[in-house]
Design a protein around this ligand. Structure first.
Ligand code: TXA
Ligand code: MG
Length: 305
């Protein structure tokens, strides 16, 4: 299969929508990362997503809708606080976990009783969902175990010849995946992202917590899998003296230095470090980086092994 690179003009969107409705996979840009899409009511196409990504079968997919109203097609028993959050943060990088509507195929939610939904802000994603006429499921457009794709080149690196098309939207604006917030049984952040805990707490007028392995069930299934780590060692430095000492002690290593790392470029840097075969990636975490929960979450996970 030749993977088409589509311009996001009217014709490109029409071709992408037609491919999706025929059950082919199309990657498209969102404001967070590229997604690998399939129509929510086409389980055979959704099965292809799991296959090409090599995604574990128990990891549910996020449904991308075009409006708050459309969420009622995929969710049920929607609590009032959902509307507060959706009005405050949608369209945008917040995924909300709700009780699922019985009509959605079980493969979407990996047999869970819940479904994750978001209305993306990216104009290309919005036009594509509208052209298809129903919500699209879309995990990040990367092979499982690789960093999320933030540029069309990353999508092609992982899926050239294995998916029908990619809509070229240039680099993604935010560069890390959405915040995942469960409302069941109470507001809990399963994955930090662009929308912060403080912003969510403010809108709800109550305190919101991060999920912890011990207390919260169900956790986001995706969080239990080993996350992406570059082949080289990732070392985080909160102090410049220890960074300098490290350089003095190991002067000859091949390395990338992120001083400081930028969220929108992090995954591109990880991919580049792998391609260049760097032995280490040194990351300077200044005060701004240390206070960015989403960026620190991705960095700490990459530094884990
Ligand atoms: O920014 C994003 O969220 C991107 C763009 C394409 O929208 N999508 C994305 O999807 O990151 P994915 O599949 O790579 O990550 C979704 C995460 C996984 O950790 C998954 O386990 C969790 O959300 N998730 C999805 N549905 C869930 C559910 N019903 N309950 C708990 N966690 C869920
Ligand atoms: Mg992902």
């Amino acid at each position: 299969m030749n993977t088409l690179l589509l311009n996001p003009d009217d014709q490109g969107i029409a071709v992408a929508a037609e491919l999706l409705l025929r059950g082919e996979l199309v990657a498209f840009p969102t404001e967070t990362v590229y997604g690998l899409g399939a129509p929510v009511f086409l389980p055979t196409a959704i099965a292809k997503i799991f296959h090409v990504k090599k995604r574990p079968q128990d990891n549910p997919l996020i449904v991308h809708a075009s409006s708050i109203e459309e969420v009622s097609r995929v969710a049920s028993n929607i609590p009032d606080i959902f509307y507060k959050l959706a009005e405050a943060f949608w369209p945008g990088p917040l995924t909300i976990i709700l009780p699922k509507n019985a009509c959605i195929p079980p493969i979407v939610s990996a047999n869970q009783e819940t479904v994750g939904v978001r209305v993306p802000a990216h104009p290309i994603a919005k036009r594509l969902i509208a052209a298809v006429g129903m919500p699209l499921v879309a995990p990040s457009a990367n092979l499982s175990g690789r960093p999320s794709s933030t540029r069309k080149e990353h999508v092609l690196e992982d899926f050239e010849g294995r998916i029908a098309a990619v809509l070229d939207g240039g680099p993604c604006q935010y560069g890390l995946e959405s915040t995942v917030l469960s409302l069941i049984p109470r507001p809990t952040i399963l994955r930090p992202g662009a929308i912060s805990l403080n912003e969510i707490s403010k809108v709800l007028g109550t305190s919101v917590h991060y999920a912890t392995h011990k207390v919260d069930k169900p956790l986001s299934p995706g969080m239990k899998y080993r996350h992406y780590a570059p082949k080289g060692r990732v070392l985080l430095f909160t102090c410049r003296i220890s960074f300098q000492m490290h350089l003095q002690n190991a002067p000859n290593k091949s390395r990338m230095v992120l001083d400081p790392p930028r969220a929108e470029e992090l995954f591109a840097c990880f991919r580049e470090a792998d391609q260049l075969g760097y032995e280490e990636i040194l990351v300077i975490c200044d005060a701004r980086v240390s206070s960015d929960a989403a960026l620190m979450n991705r960095l700490s996970r990459a530094a884990e092994n």
